[in-house]
Ligand binder design. Structure first.
Ligand code: F42
Length: 331
């Protein structure tokens, strides 16, 4: 099992950089930086991280075809790969609807947009000239004026069945935003459909659990810290997903209303134990290790610890490094 850590660049650069340096020192294989226009820029953040680290893989986690044209994304990752050869990984997905709609960008034909983007980016990174008359992108003639120095694997951030299948068909990896083995089992079935369609080996796809994670020596503190993130996940989850986990739809809908009306404290208090179990990996080192093991058994090959990481993220990273990673690296 490979281990990654996700940072949302809401904080000043020095802090994300410091956390990334620490993640590398503590034995994490990957750092993934999220991409939303209203946070600090993903490429600037990764560039700074590249300067101060030597080996950790630098993941764009994830960009989308709407905020930046795929040709511009290709140029950005190729530039980053020049600074950090063999360390750059590009994640791309449909994009966060709420954030994009807020600035007037509509997610049109997301499946085609991601598929065509991956094609454009791969060709440009390979040094080829691209022209495509796609259903989303019309590229007459594109090429980069410089060579991409190393291979940049392309991962697809996917939730829906068709996007998961597309990831299996064309991705070097798939980033699945979930925390429960049930969800990974469901998702991997669709990834496998794409793998079969393309006559590939499932082992060639890195299956990444992009989790909401919280660990502390004190189980109760770890669980408490995950409530805020879980409340937002519950509020944004489709009914089918809530039903898969046996979540009471009325309570979920109440949490959604409380969040929409800005009554966050009440929303967080309404989060139940089964919601925490379904939408986060939270608890003491031994209980989270058990969950990671279950994920491994259903086919996850990279485990990413995402927000909140723990009541004290710095301390949580140390716990993961000393008590959890060694259990899975020894295998
Ligand atoms: N989004 C961000 O904006 N920033 C991030 O940093 C980010 C990180 C991230 C990490 C992991 C991850 O899994 C997702 C992440 N996301 C992030 C969210 C991501 O961008 C997507 O919003 C999220 O994955 C949900 O997308 P989805 O894969 O479920 O795809 C949606 C759009 C969907 O509805 N998919 C359907 C499906 O079955 O997969 C397909 C819909 C479809 O078929 N559409 C047709 C088409 O051609 O695309 C026709 C629709 C039309 O418009 O005509």
């Amino acid at each position: 099992m490979k281990f990654g850590v996700e940072f949302v660049p809401r904080e000043p650069f020095w802090r994300t950089t410091l956390y990334t340096i620490e993640a590398e020192r503590l034995g994490f294989d990957y750092v993934w930086i999220t991409d939303h226009y209203n946070n600090r820029n993903v490429f600037t953040t990764l560039t700074t991280a590249a300067i101060y680290t030597r080996s950790i893989k630098l993941g764009v986690g994830v960009t989308n075809p709407y905020i930046r044209h795929p040709a511009a994304t290709a140029s950005a990752v190729a530039s980053l790969a020049e600074m950090a050869p063999d360390r750059v990984v590009l994640g791309i997905g449909a994009g966060d609807r709420a954030t994009l709609e807020g600035i007037g960008i509509e997610i049109i034909k997301p499946l085609s947009a991601v598929k065509e983007s991956v094609h454009i980016i791969k060709e440009l990174l390979a040094g080829n000239q691209v022209s495509i008359d796609g259903s989303v992108f019309k590229v007459k003639s594109a090429s980069l004026n410089f060579k991409c120095r190393s291979h940049v694997p392309i991962y697809i951030g996917a939730q829906g069945p068709l996007m998961l299948s597309l990831a299996g068909e064309i991705g070097d990896g798939v980033l699945i935003n979930a925390s429960h083995p049930k969800d990974f089992r469901y998702a991997i079935e669709y990834v496998k459909k794409g793998v079969e369609k393309a006559s590939r080996d499932v082992k060639s796809v890195d299956i990444v659990a992009y989790t909401s994670f919280s660990v502390a020596d004190d189980e109760a503190k770890a669980v408490e810290a995950s409530k805020q993130v879980v409340a937002f996940i519950v509020a944004g989850s489709p009914e089918a997903v809530l039903e898969r986990h046996g979540i009471n739809l009325e309570t979920a809908s109440r949490i959604r209303e409380l969040i929409v009306s800005g009554r966050f404290g009440e929303a967080f208090k309404s989060v139940t134990t089964d919601m925490i179990d379904a939408f986060s990996v939270s608890g003491s080192p031994s209980s989270v290790a058990k969950r990671i093991d279950e994920c491994l058994k259903v086919g996850v090959t990279q485990f990413v610890v995402g927000s909140p990481i723990g009541p004290q993220p710095y301390e949580a990273m140390r716990i993961i490094s000393s008590k959890i990673i060694p259990m899975f690296k020894a295998e």
